[in-house]
Design a protein around this ligand. Structure first.
Ligand SMILES: Cc1cc2nc3c(=O)[nH]c(=O)nc-3n(C[C@H](O)[C@H](O)[C@H](O)COP(=O)(O)OP(=O)(O)OC[C@H]3O[C@@H](n4cnc5c(N)ncnc54)[C@H](O)[C@@H]3O)c2cc1C
Ligand SMILES: NC(=O)c1ccc[n+]([C@@H]2O[C@H](COP(=O)([O-])OP(=O)(O)OC[C@H]3O[C@@H](n4cnc5c(N)ncnc54)[C@H](OP(=O)(O)O)[C@@H]3O)[C@@H](O)[C@H]2O)c1
Length: 446
């Protein structure tokens, strides 16, 4: 029997488990599956952890989620085609839920099946080697402190790529008297109440960590971009300046001449694609981009078609794109989709990579990833979902952010699965301090 190892039980690993379960429900004979996750439970980054640094076994903590994190895109853009928000919550819910609500949703459909018994928790995959016909996978059971090696025919790498921080150094850091941290270790904006905070970066973490610090009472927030500013209309108390030059004592000195006294520097400088468990010949080497190279259909490793990578792209689309990838990967593994010859693969990869190089703005990037996901969708029996509505929603969302970065999360969108419209949330995001599932769902009737 074919044996498949899935590395990671975050959203991508769970999409893979779900895809096989759906095939089994249709009466198809599925391979033997073992999923490994180094955390104690499933859900990946969405399984919030207070821990930073190492866990109790000395393993690096993969989690980068923090308290009070709300979805930064409309939930309608990430909805599962086979399990709507309406089905999970029994009613329409607002369009921008906090973490705990999304976590509950992600787990909802897999909890209904029997996939959990396929997952080995607190188990880290430490080594994967291809021996010419199959893979030797070594994994460490952290609780028992034992290592084992098993043979697998296919590997699905679903370990995420927002877990290992990229940490640059600037002059003066060694002598800085305040706190320097990466967004990977950021857990609670309350820590920065009444403090002057400098945030480095100009992407989603910089945007959201800066907003969180402002929302929870930081005295000032200064965001330093390196190439392009985010350019939003920041509220009083926040500003965006050009590139940190150095720290001198507790002063941050920027290349545009700005000087800011600061208590903390938060590095929102992104993450590394990191696969310490893969032999070099199997490793994807890429930055955070929309079409990492050497992946056929963004999924199948060009040099070894039994190695599958999920969710390695920079992400506008998330959960339903992961599903489309997982359904495609399942059908490759089950032999229902034939991978073409190497010249076809090369042509296909080059086509996407060269299109990616020409992208100039967010609307074009949304179009690119929508086209990619739509194409994948046509290749499997993943249920119908309205990608044109998702495309339109993403673009409206981008424009709402430009209009007002403080209010975009108060907007409502319609579901690409059920058509229902997200009701307005009872409290505007800016004043909603409690992000619990209970408070979020406790929508007054009316
Ligand atoms: C701070 C933050 C906020 C985000 N907010 C949003 C949002 O609002 N909306 C959105 O759609 N997306 C958001 N994302 C994007 C996020 O990438 C996806 O939502 C999603 O979590 C990706 O799923 P994944 O399965 O690829 O990776 P992960 O969620 O990272 O899961 C990977 C899993 O692999 C396991 N693992 C890693 N290495 C090993 C190993 N060697 N052996 C065994 N197990 C291993 C980890 O323990 C983890 O459980 C956010 C990301 C970050 C960092
Ligand atoms: N739900 C939410 O609100 C939320 C919050 C946080 C994160 N997220 C998600 O988390 C994921 C990761 O986002 P991310 O922002 O952490 O990573 P990212 O999108 O990869 O961005 C990395 C940023 O770091 C900057 N950078 C890199 N090296 C630098 C240096 N030496 N000095 C200064 N800046 C440097 C980059 O700037 P250049 O462009 O100049 O290279 C870029 O702005 C995304 O999927 C995002 O959606 C979501």
């Amino acid at each position: 029997m074919t044996k498949v190892a899935i590395i990671g039980a975050g959203p991508c690993g769970l999409s893979t488990l779900r895809s096989f379960e759906q095939a089994e429900k249709k009466g198809e004979k599925i391979p033997e599956i073992v999923c490994f996750d180094k955390q104690e439970d499933w859900g990946g980054l969405w399984n919030y952890s207070w821990r930073t640094g190492s866990d109790q076994y000395g393993d690096p903590v993969p989690n980068s989620m923090y308290r009070y994190l709300w979805s930064n895109g409309p939930k309608e853009c990430l909805e599962f085609a086979d399990y709507s928000f309406d089905e999970h919550f029994g009613k329409p819910i607002p369009s921008f839920p906090p973490r705990e609500v999304l976590y509950d949703y992600i787990l909802g459909r897999v909890k209904k099946g029997n996939s959990k018994n396929k997952v080995k928790f607190s188990t880290t995959v430490t080594n994967v080697v291809y021996n010419g016909s199959n893979f030797e996978v070594t994994y460490r059971d952290k609780k028992k402190a034992t290592s084992s090696t098993d043979i697998f025919d296919y590997i699905v790498v679903a370990n995420g790529h927002f877990s290992v921080p990229f940490i640059p150094e600037y002059p003066g850091m060694k002598a800085f008297p305040g706190r320097i941290m990466h967004s990977h270790d950021f857990r609670d904006a309350e820590e920065f109440r009444d403090k002057n905070v400098v945030v480095l970066g100009s992407s989603y973490s910089a945007e959201d960590v800066a907003l969180q610090c402002h929302k929870y009472g930081a005295k000032s927030v200064t965001i330093a971009y390196r190439h392009n500013p985010m350019g939003f209309k920041w509220p009083k108390g926040m500003k965006e300046v050009f590139h940190l030059d150095r720290l001198e004592g507790n002063k941050a000195i920027f290349k545009d001449g700005h000087i800011q006294e600061t208590d903390a520097v938060i590095l929102c400088t992104g993450y590394l694609h990191h696969f310490p468990f893969l032999s070099e010949d199997l490793k994807l080497k890429t930055g955070n981009r929309l079409y990492p190279p050497k992946l056929y259909k963004g999924v199948v490793w060009q040099n070894n078609h039994k190695l599958i990578y999920l969710g390695m792209q920079d992400q506008f689309h998330t959960f339903n794109m992961f599903d489309c990838q997982a359904w495609f990967a399942r059908d490759v593994i089950m032999g229902k989709i034939k991978v073409p010859d190497s010249s076809e693969i090369e042509k296909d990869i080059n086509k996407w990579v060269s299109m990616e190089k020409k992208l100039e703005n967010a609307d074009q990037m949304i179009d690119f990833q929508t086209e990619y996901t739509k194409e994948l969708h046509t290749l499997s029996d993943y249920p119908k979902i309205d990608f044109e509505l998702i495309r339109k929603t993403f673009k409206e969302w981008e424009h709402h952010k430009v209009e007002n970065i403080m209010t975009y999360r108060n907007k409502s969108f319609s579901s690409p699965v059920t058509g229902s419209v997200g009701p307005k949330h009872h409290t505007d995001w800016e004043t909603a301090m409690d992000d619990s599932l209970k408070t979020f769902l406790d929508q007054p009737k009316g």
